[in-house]
Design a protein around this ligand. Structure first.
Ligand SMILES: NC(=O)c1ccc[n+]([C@@H]2O[C@H](COP(=O)([O-])OP(=O)(O)OC[C@H]3O[C@@H](n4cnc5c(N)ncnc54)[C@H](OP(=O)(O)O)[C@@H]3O)[C@@H](O)[C@H]2O)c1
Length: 317
């Protein structure tokens, strides 16, 4: 099969189109022909030998998101059949592999693709949407009247987190550059703060939750967020590094803080698929490129200003 692989840690130019054996399905795995793969910041971190799984085996094939068609199932009465359209995540964070024509993944990683989405749009969903759900629903317990600040609302995770939080009745403020403000208001934010001109801590106070998709790498966004929480409020930090003293700093200020790590979860992905089908959640795959242009996709993503997601078209459907 064709795959985009990286021989050893490096920059976007180290992504090379290679031929490699099609994976063999074992045990409870489902073999899927990949039609499209989603691109996430962690793909670039892994490619560079950093991120949550820096010790990956080399050469490695990046990619944790896929949308495609079932080829083989584990047993006869399995709920999915060859030919069904599915989407899901490969095993995160250890092995990527979706920048390739086939993946073989555990059954708990695969859900039915919403028919309202193209494969490129569906490939943009799993990792970002499961992260948004994990942070907003599982950890923050979004509910009516809750006041939430979501940093990087225009990003892959952010644009889904804004919608999921609003769906559960939370009042959502988000940070973004001005070009994304109107779009984020349409998605359900009640207010968008232009982080390029405004210090969010000058405008906000007494919030219940901050979902931080930026961290301290940019303008100490993570640690400044403690200033806008109410006593006992919660910060959920998504960038893998967060900031080193986050837990202690939050505790000293009388607040709570936690990291979060996404994992494949077909059950939750099926719930998200229903919200997509009903139109309550929309996914934006702003840029779709052929697999051969994975290098360009990584350069674009590492610029840090993609709206929504990037997807790679891997094969025809
Ligand atoms: N822990 C986990 O399980 C997990 C899972 C997924 C992602 N993550 C991490 O979470 C972070 C966000 O992921 P993502 O996929 O959403 O990233 P992304 O799509 O690459 O985020 C890009 C967005 O960030 C916005 N942005 C850039 N600088 C900003 C700033 N200073 N303030 C506010 N917004 C800013 C940009 O909006 P503008 O163009 O408007 O500037 C852009 O739309 C990454 O660090 C990622 O690695 C962690």
């Amino acid at each position: 099969m064709r795959a985009m692989a990286v021989a050893s840690p490096g920059g976007p130019e180290s992504l090379r189109l290679v031929e490699m054996p099609t994976p063999t399905r074992v045990g409870h795995e489902v073999l899927v022909r990949v039609v499209a793969a989603g691109v996430n910041p962690v793909d670039a971190k892994s490619r560079a030998g950093a991120g949550v799984s820096p010790g990956s085996d080399w050469p490695m094939v990046p990619g944790y998101d896929f949308s495609g068609v079932v080829v083989q199932t584990p047993y006869e009465a399995f709920p999915l059949s060859p030919g069904d359209e599915v989407f899901g995540m490969t095993a995160f964070p250890r092995t990527g592999g979706s920048y390739a024509e086939y993946v073989s993944v555990p059954a708990f990683s695969v859900a039915r693709k919403p028919s309202v989405l193209s494969h490129a749009e569906a490939a943009a969903v799993p990792l970002a949407a499961l992260t948004a759900w994990g942070a907003v629903v599982d950890l923050a317990k979004a509910h009516e009247g809750q006041k939430v600040l979501i940093h990087a609302g225009a990003g892959g995770v952010g644009h889904l987190a804004v919608q999921i939080a609003a769906y559960f009745g939370a009042e959502v403020v988000t940070t973004a550059s001005p070009k994304n403000a109107e779009w984020l208001l349409e998605l359900g934010a009640s207010r968008v703060i232009d982080y390029t001109t405004t210090e969010f801590e000058d405008e906000l106070a007494d919030l219940d939750v901050v979902i931080d998709g930026v961290g301290n790498a940019k303008h100490s966004t993570g640690s400044r967020s403690l200033q806008v929480l109410r006593p006992g409020g919660l910060i959920v930090s998504l960038p893998s590094a967060g900031w080193p003293t986050m837990i202690e700093d939050a505790a000293a200020a009388g607040m709570r803080a936690t990291h979060y790590f996404v994992q494949p979860d077909a059950g939750t992905l099926s719930v998200i698929a229903r919200l997509i089908t009903s139109g309550d959640v929309r996914v934006t795959a702003d840029t779709v490129l052929p697999l051969e242009e994975a290098e360009r996709a990584h350069i674009l993503m590492e610029s840090g200003h993609v709206r929504g997601k990037i997807a790679l078209k891997v094969s025809d459907y």
